[in-house]
Ligand binder design. Structure first.
Ligand code: ZN
Length: 253
């Protein structure tokens, strides 16, 4: 079978045998794939620095009939993310983007919107304006959850149906519970930790769903919409039934 060439982002790599790597990569035209890169851990190989996480590459590979793993042939680097590595938080944000993509993207399902999401968020983080990491990761988290079909209704209490947009209504969430709840339902269902999703963060969420990442208000810090990220991270963790490893590192950056 001839080599196929796909535009792709490298998500994760794992060592295999003495000198090989298993590479998980997200292609524009064929979705998330896994392949074996032979001799990729030797000095001379056909991959260069293209297998760093979130490198944007043109990946050449052979598909094998009835095999889950493809054979990677070589790759051309289109865009590396080396430029951001001098900034600690930006470096961690790459791990975070890669982990969420790896965990929520199903194999073999093309998702052009998700591909464009990664592209635009990485561009934004690379440009490096103040607050870019926090705008980038928050924008990415909300859209990743939405594109994966996991985003609950953000305007009503999912327990009693009351509108959370009414003046003075507060919104809460708990680990393991889908969506948001009102103050009354939070009281009734007490006994476990609940966090508030502030009105400011709910307003930012609607902006994120309407605007490109570069059009968000500039004055973002780590604290901006941290409650929204926590809410979304918990929604992802309930869905994948495990904890995201990069969250605590990112939120402490
Ligand atoms: Zn309620």
């Amino acid at each position: 079978m001839p080599a196929r060439v796909s535009e792709a982002f490298v998500l994760q790599t794992y060592p295999l045998k003495e000198s090989d790597l298993i590479v998980s990569f997200f292609t524009r035209d064929a979705g998330k794939l896994r392949g074996v890169a032979k001799r990729a851990r030797r000095q001379k190989n056909g991959f260069g620095s293209g297998l760093e996480r979130l490198s944007q590459v043109r990946m050449a590979y052979f598909e094998r009939e009835n095999r889950e793993l493809v054979n990677l042939d070589s790759c051309d680097l289109v865009q590396s993310q080396f430029g951001v590595l001098s900034d600690y938080a930006a470096g961690i944000s790459l791990d975070y983007l890669a982990e969420i993509s790896e965990q929520i993207l199903p194999a073999h399902e093309p998702n052009d919107k998700f591909f464009r999401l990664i592209t635009s968020v990485l561009e934004h983080i690379r440009a490096g304006s103040p607050g870019a990491v926090w705008r980038g990761v928050t924008y990415f988290t909300l859209w990743a959850v939405k594109l994966a079909g996991m985003l609950p209704e953000l305007h009503v209490c999912l327990s009693c149906g009351v509108s959370l947009d009414e003046e003075g209504e507060r919104a809460f969430f708990r680990r393991g519970a889908h969506g948001l709840m009102c103050m009354d339902c939070k009281r009734t269902l007490s006994g476990r930790d609940a966090w508030e999703l502030s009105r400011e963060s709910r307003t930012l969420a609607s902006q994120i769903l309407r605007l490109p990442v570069g059009a968000l208000d500039a004055a973002w810090t780590r604290e901006t919409a941290a409650d929204l990220r926590r809410f979304l991270q918990q929604q992802i963790e309930s869905h994948i039934e495990r904890r995201l490893l990069t969250v605590s590192v990112l939120e402490a950056a």
